[in-house]
Each structure stands twice: as structure tokens, then as C-alpha cells.
Design a protein around this ligand. Structure first.
Ligand SMILES: C[S@@+](CC[C@H](N)C(=O)[O-])C[C@H]1O[C@@H](n2cnc3c(N)ncnc32)[C@H](O)[C@@H]1O
Length: 243
């Protein structure tokens, strides 16, 4: 894996501008739309636990897992420091087996785009279904092909005042729907780089994989609204209920 290694210890600083509070509020709005209030949650591809921490602070019982051991190490260290009862495991979404079920699962910040093989994405969605109680809900977001076409990953931070400086450049292949993003970072004179690979899964694929896994009532939204997807949506949120 070429991603989420060296960046793990800098991830929270890099994401300090990301409105995770608003994201959690939007998640709760989508749960209300589904008329559910799950308290025991599974964070799929939890990263350093930024969403899990906010939910745990609101009294939710959260277990998270992630493929990247360095990200999980960060998550565990912060949970201990914050005194939050969070459980984190290292696991691949396509094969994870935590041996328990949850009332709800979520996966945010385009984590499922990192699963670039459609068969693996199908397996991952199947694994989520197996970790949910009947009637359990799954809410997740994905980047769209439009976002990749618009070069959303081409980003730079050069300000000497910024805690971390970076230069990212994406190379998108519309045929395979895969983007390869070369990322260079510099913090306190220390340079490192990662390559991130994402795939823009189609709506048809996602709905098919959810249905194959036994999910019902699948809905897609233009992210952070209750509107349906638009041609120019750069991110979509999906909600689904396990039958
Ligand atoms: C952009 S980060 C988002 C992390 C977190 N959800 C957040 O909101 O900050 C994407 C995460 O997906 C994880 N990931 C990618 N492929 C995965 C897989 N197959 N199984 C589990 N985690 C995976 C990465 O290790 C990374 O931590």
C-alpha cells in the first residue's frame, strides 16, 4: 500500500480545515430521514478516528477498522489520550470479520473510492451487510467521476505559515475511471510522498452491489443536501437499510 503510511502522523493536521462537525450533523440528518437512531456503530475505513471521536463524544458506541496500521495506531493513541471508549482494528474492508453486529455502519471521506477493484468493493459492501443487524443502516460517501474530471485533487499549499505544505497532482483515466494522485508533503523540513489511487464507481455499480448484499431502500444524495444527485455533484452520499 502506497497510501496512508507516512501521512498518518500528520493526517489530523492536514485535515484541520475539514468540517467533520458538519459531516456528523449531516450523518444524523440522514439517519433521521431513515427514521432510525442507531447507537452501536461501525466506522468502515475509520482512518485516525476523527468521525468516531465526535460520535463517541455524543455517546455513541463506535468500533472502527482500517487497512492502514499507522492510521489505526494514531486512532488508538488519541482514544487513550481523550479517554474515549473506542475500539479500533486493522482490517481490509473486503475481508473484515469482527465477530459482532452493529445497528449502523458508516464510511466517510471517499474511503470506498480507495477500493479500486469492483469485485473488492462488492465484497466490502457484503462484509458491511454481515456486520449489521437486520434493519441496520449503512451511510457512506463517494467521490464522483465529475470530481476527478474537474481535477479536484490538484491542490497546493505553499504558505510558509501553514503547518504542513503539499503539492498534489492527479492523473485521471476516464476509461478505467481510476485516478492516480501523486502527493508531496513537507513539514518542518521533512519531505515525504505518497501515491493515492481512487476509482469513481458508477451509481449503477454501487446500487447493484448494495442490492446484491441484501440492502434495500437505497437512496443517493448530492452530498450535504437532501437533493438527488446532479450531473455536477462532486460527492454523493448513499443511505441503505439491510433487509
Ligand atoms: C481519506 S481516508 C478517510 C479516513 C476517515 N474515514 C476520515 O473521515 O478521516 C481513507 C481511509 O480509507 C482506508 N482504506 C482504504 N482502503 C481500505 C480497505 N480496503 N479497507 C479498509 N480501509 C481502507 C485508508 O487506509 C484511509 O485511512
Amino acid at each position: 500500500m502506497t497510501s496512508f503510511g507516512p501521512i498518518a502522523e500528520h493526517y489530523d493536521v492536514l485535515m484541520s480545515h475539514v468540517p467533520y462537525d458538519m459531516w456528523v450533523g449531516y450523518y444524523q440528518l440522514l439517519l433521521a430521514q431513515m427514521d432510525v437512531n442507531p447507537r452501536k456503530l461501525l466506522d468502515v475505513c475509520c482512518g485516525t478516528g476523527l468521525v468516531a471521536e465526535l460520535l463517541a463524544q455524543e455517546g455513541y458506541e463506535v468500533t472502527g477498522f482500517d487497512l492502514s496500521e499507522p492510521m489505526v495506531q494514531q486512532a488508538r493513541a488519541k482514544a487513550a489520550k481523550l479517554g474515549l471508549p473506542l475500539r479500533y482494528e486493522v482490517a481490509d474492508a473486503a475481508t473484515v470479520d469482527l465477530g459482532e453486529t452493529f445497528a449502523g455502519a458508516y464510511s466517510f471521506f471517499d474511503s470506498l473510492n480507495y477500493i479500486t477493484e469492483p469485485t473488492s468493493l462488492s465484497k466490502a459492501i457484503g462484509r458491511v451487510a454481515r456486520h449489521l443487524e437486520p434493519g441496520g443502516t449503512f451511510v457512506f460517501d463517494v467521490n464522483t467521476a465529475y470530481a476527478f474530471e474537474q481535477r479536484m485533487f490538484d491542490q497546493r499549499e505553499r504558505s510558509p505559515k501553514a503547518p504542513i505544505r503539499y503539492k498534489w497532482e492527479g492523473d485521471y483515466d476516464p476509461k478505467s475511471r481510476i485516478i492516480r494522485v501523486s502527493m508531496e508533503f513537507e513539514r518542518d523540513g521533512h519531505h515525504f510522498q505518497e501515491t493515492h489511487v481512487q476509482r469513481a464507481h458508477t451509481q449503477e455499480e454501487i446500487v447493484q452491489f448494495l442490492n446484491d448484499a441484501g440492502f434495500e431502500e437505497v437512496r443517493a444524495y448530492d452530498s450535504y443536501t437532501l437533493d438527488p444527485p446532479r450531473a455536477k455533484s462532486d460527492r454523493l452520499h448513499y443511505t441503505a437499510r439491510r433487509g
